[in-house]
Design a protein around this ligand. Sequence first.
Ligand SMILES: NC(=O)c1ccc[n+]([C@@H]2O[C@H](COP(=O)([O-])OP(=O)(O)OC[C@H]3O[C@@H](n4cnc5c(N)ncnc54)[C@H](O)[C@@H]3O)[C@@H](O)[C@H]2O)c1
Length: 275
Amino acid sequence: MTTSPAQPFPENRPDHELRTAIVSGGAGGIGSVICRRMADEGYAVVVADSNSEAAESLANSLPTTGEATHHGFSGDLTESSVNRELAEFAGNLAPIGLIVNAVGISPKKNGEKIRFFDLDDDLWNTVLAVNLSAPFYLMREAYRFMPTDGTASIINLLSITARTGTGAPHDSHFGPFIPSTVAYGATKAALHNLTVSIAHELADSHIRVNGVAPGYVRTPMMGSVPADERLLSSVPMNRFAEPEEVADSIAFLAGSRASYITGTSLDVNGGWATC
Ligand SMILES: NC(=O)c1ccc[n+]([C@@H]2O[C@H](COP(=O)([O-])OP(=O)(O)OC[C@H]3O[C@@H](n4cnc5c(N)ncnc54)[C@H](O)[C@@H]3O)[C@@H](O)[C@H]2O)c1
């Protein structure tokens, strides 16, 4: 079977080519900054989150340009039917130009990791459902509303833990100290793999699929973890990332300058060595 070549990206997307951007976990610390950035880029943003009040209020506060209007969409994204509704809702506004899966949880106990032998079935299954099943469902349901002219892409929020794993001993001077559960790193590694596989499958539709893998980002997810010397000793730049720095990398991957980039992951981690 032959496929038609990818269309060149339009350098500036005119208003009559309005595109929707879905941001799952869009009301969160990183997601909300991505939503704002994508609104600035001219997308009609759908802020999808289980926190309905935050999703609605963020959508109402986003700047509008041209025909773009923004919407909150509330629901539990671990349900495949909710993702189907979300995809239909967004696809009926305009063709879906961008999906960003920023939904995720990283359970901790008093700011510390939960040891693997204390991780019960419910929590294990919840982390898998939120961090892996929810992004999968959204990609599966929404890709059919994406244009195949080379302008659309999907970006999944991964994590440095996809490669490093989580939680070295607290007093370790060797390797990373990442206060999360083993389920977190395992789901991010699986999501990386899913990103690569779906990129392969969507390449002939000219839809690019990539990941962004942050280290520490100062958001509610890291809120209870102090940015102390022990934590930052793994990070050559010696600080947490700002959510804006993650949003910038997503804007790059979504844009025309990344037109030949698919099936990969961009590290945004302050130089943290991962191998
Ligand atoms: N903060 C960090 O240091 C960091 C580092 C690496 C990767 N990440 C990843 O970046 C992404 C965003 O992280 P964040 O720091 O903004 O987290 P956050 O906790 O601030 O935001 C996550 C959002 O997901 C929503 N959510 C959770 N479960 C949901 C569900 N079942 N249905 C719908 N919405 C749900 C929450 O309401 C929240 O708004 C996550 O995937 C996370 O794993 C974060």
